[in-house]
Design a protein around this ligand. Structure first.
Ligand code: ATP
Length: 298
């Protein structure tokens, strides 16, 4: 399990992370999302022991991460900006990885090289950006990490490879309880694989919830009444409302059964509860402003 408690970090007086808390359950996939500059990479650099916090605790299995070789041997990290030894090919890199990661799995490495169809004798510096990401993924997954930390892992990968990457991750989570934290701007893909989500904004954790729970709390409805008496939405937590002719479109933060009960009491002529995607929740929660929400949601 990964736990961050009250993390603070400043760069030359600029507060990049403020009193940040984060929890990732063992054997789960945690999606870290946030606007540009929100602090995702800074947070990940703390989690992987690259940066030292000004204050707070970064714990894996209750042990501090910084300078913790035992934990780092069991951790795989793919940064946004990859670093390779310029003169190495994939095969030489694998040899290096096998010397530092005690759980290195040579069979898996060979299988993955075939499956991703990479030439292991070609210098990594000659690979395209996407091929370098694939190489980093093969090396990391062949070290059989218990903790996998990924910063924008699918950026620049084609759809077939992206599918393969997620397949490996999901299988390792299911089969050997690997714990994953992944930052991404691709909310549609995160939505399909994450158990929980942390939404970061301006260095602060805005929301951290199970994805299903998050979704069961907030709904988009369209509704029309023939003769509504007074305010038909009284008792509901309406986050946003607009009207198109006789049809009202609303974002409501209540349980679905509560929404249904209150609206049905007013005998609507039209009433649909529509699912809200993670992308929509993200935009709403980060207060995109009613105008932006309007154009995206409806
Ligand atoms: N070494 C540094 N020195 C000064 N400021 C930094 C440093 N690293 C990060 N920052 C600042 O901290 C803030 C958070 O940056 P970070 O790279 O963590 O954001 P991010 O959420 O990963 O953004 P993006 O989605 O654009 O990659 C930014 O304002 C950035 O300029």
């Amino acid at each position: 399990m990964i736990k961050i408690k009250n993390l603070d970090k400043s760069f030359d007086g600029f507060k990049a992370l403020t009193d940040l808390n984060l929890n990732v359950k063992k054997g789960s996939i945690y999606g870290l999302v946030g606007t540009n500059g929100a602090g995702k990479t800074t947070l990940i650099k703390h989690l992987t022991g690259i940066l030292k916090p000004d204050a707070g605790d970064i714990l894996i299995e209750d042990s501090p991460v910084f300078d913790n070789i035992t934990i780092k041997e069991r951790m795989g990290f793919i940064p946004d900006d990859l670093y390779f030894f310029a003169s190495y090919n994939l095969k030489e890199s694998a040899k290096f990885y096998s010397s530092i990661y005690p759980n290195w799995n040579q069979k898996r490495y060979e299988y993955m090289v075939k499956q991703f169809d990479l030439n292991e004798k070609r210098k990594l510096s000659k690979f395209s950006k996407g091929m370098q990401k694939q190489a980093a993924f093969i090396l990391t997954m062949s070290s059989m990490p218990d903790y996998l930390i990924l910063d924008e892992p699918i950026d620049g990968l084609d759809p077939i490879i992206r599918k393969l990457v997620w397949k490996y991750i999901v299988e390792d989570v299911a089969e050997r309880e690997m714990t994953v934290l992944v930052s991404s701007h691709n909310l549609r893909e995160l939505e399909g694989i994450c158990d929980s989500i942390g939404i970061l904004s301006k260095g602060k954790m805005m929301i951290e919830r199970d994805l299903d729970e998050l979704k069961s709390d907030i709904h988009k409805i369209q509704v029309a009444f023939k003769n509504a008496a007074g305010n038909p939405y009284e008792g509901l937590n309406v986050l946003h409302k607009e009207s198109r002719g006789t049809v009202d479109l609303l974002i409501i933060r209540n349980r679905k059964d509560v929404v249904e009960q209150i609206i049905n009491e007013q005998h609507p002529v039209i009433f649909d509860v529509l699912p809200l995607s993670l992308e929509e929740i993200f935009i709403y929660e980060l207060g995109g402003g009613d105008h932006e929400i309007e154009s995206i949601l409806f």
